[in-house]
Design a protein around this ligand. Structure first.
Ligand code: SAM
Length: 291
């Protein structure tokens, strides 16, 4: 297991989620299994942790599967978190004490050039977390016209040069089919220096669109009350403003159902940032289901 890559382990999420011996818990974005292992220890032999990740990589022995092999109280599924409802039905579990979602991509996903998430290393423009489903980033660019591509870059990346970038990409005889080719096209649009790599926002936007991240989260938030006990807890670790806005809006509109019990900015925990710069803007929120 690659625990050093898990953000927020020193936040002791299991304590904030009040996970105790005998609890029924779901870790719906299990990744490397860093948090999963903590949950398995906390629920003990009389509890159960249902673990999900849509990336088949979680089934590899050095990932969540390695953790699951050590703990008989973990049931691991390689699937989208929206399937939690049918899984619980299959397991005859009606309600959970706590659910945890650690959003976005994992370090091993972005660090592997073959997955196409990173502009720092060259690879195919893929970006799918589930490699068996959906369009790659290259196919999405091909399919979109200038205006659709610009809208996507703005909506999911807040990219100020969205239209210029989209027009540049679509004016090329051959659309960029590698991460470096796309990043260097975007760099041509940014003529003045900026405090982030010029491709950061566009890559985030494409990744969110390719994986339909906001649609899936919205659907999850609507349905999740069905499977959490009254007074049960939902923990969400988010990493950028698009996720934050979606969370804030949904839970603000559903105050009758949810109470924000805790909000922690991870930047107080500098050790995480040293190990993984993604932690710089991470926020842990814990919501309690009121009714
Ligand atoms: C930040 S990582 C989780 C890290 C994990 N908590 C750990 O301890 O290593 C996010 C994970 O969520 C997964 N993921 C993203 N969207 C998902 C979805 N809709 N369904 C299931 N897993 C998803 C990704 O594949 C990735 O492995």
């Amino acid at each position: 297991m690659l625990n050093h890559l898990t953000i927020g382990l020193n936040l002791n999420v299991e304590k904030h989620l009040n996970i105790k011996s005998g609890c029924l818990v779901a870790d719906i974005t299990t990744g490397n299994g860093g948090h999963l292992e903590r949950f398995a220890h906390s629920v003990g032999p009389t509890g159960l942790v249902i673990a999900l990740d849509q990336d088949a990589r979680c089934l590899q022995s050095y990932s969540a599967a390695g953790v699951a092999l050590k703990h008989s109280n973990i049931f691991l599924y390689n699937t989208c978190f929206l399937n939690i409802f049918s899984i619980l039905h299959f397991l005859n579990v009606k309600e959970l004490d706590a659910v945890f979602a650690d959003l976005g991509f994992s370090s091993p996903q972005i660090d592997n050039p073959a997955r196409g998430f990173s502009f720092l290393q060259d690879g195919p423009l893929d970006m799918r977390m589930n490699k068996d489903k959906g369009l790659t980033a290259f196919e999405l660019i091909n399919k979109s016209n200038v205006s659709e591509l610009a809208q996507l870059l703005y909506k999911y990346g807040n990219e100020p040069f969205a239209y210029k970038i989209a027009r540049k990409i679509k004016s090329e005889k051959y659309f960029p089919n590698s991460t470096h080719a796309l990043a260097s096209l975007i760099c041509k649009i940014y003529t003045k220096p900026c405090n982030h790599h010029p491709a950061t926002k566009s890559f985030q936007a494409l990744r969110i669109a390719v994986n339909q991240e906001t649609e899936k989260l919205t659907s999850l938030f609507k349905k999740i009350p069905k499977i959490i006990k009254t007074k049960g807890l939902l923990g969400i670790l988010s990493f950028h403003s698009i996720e934050d806005q979606l969370i804030k809006k949904h839970f603000h509109q559903n105050k009758i159902l949810w109470r924000l019990k805790l909000k922690l900015k991870i930047n107080t925990h500098t050790k995480d940032i040293e190990k993984n710069p993604r932690a710089r803007c991470a926020t842990l929120r814990i919501f309690q289901k009121l009714i």
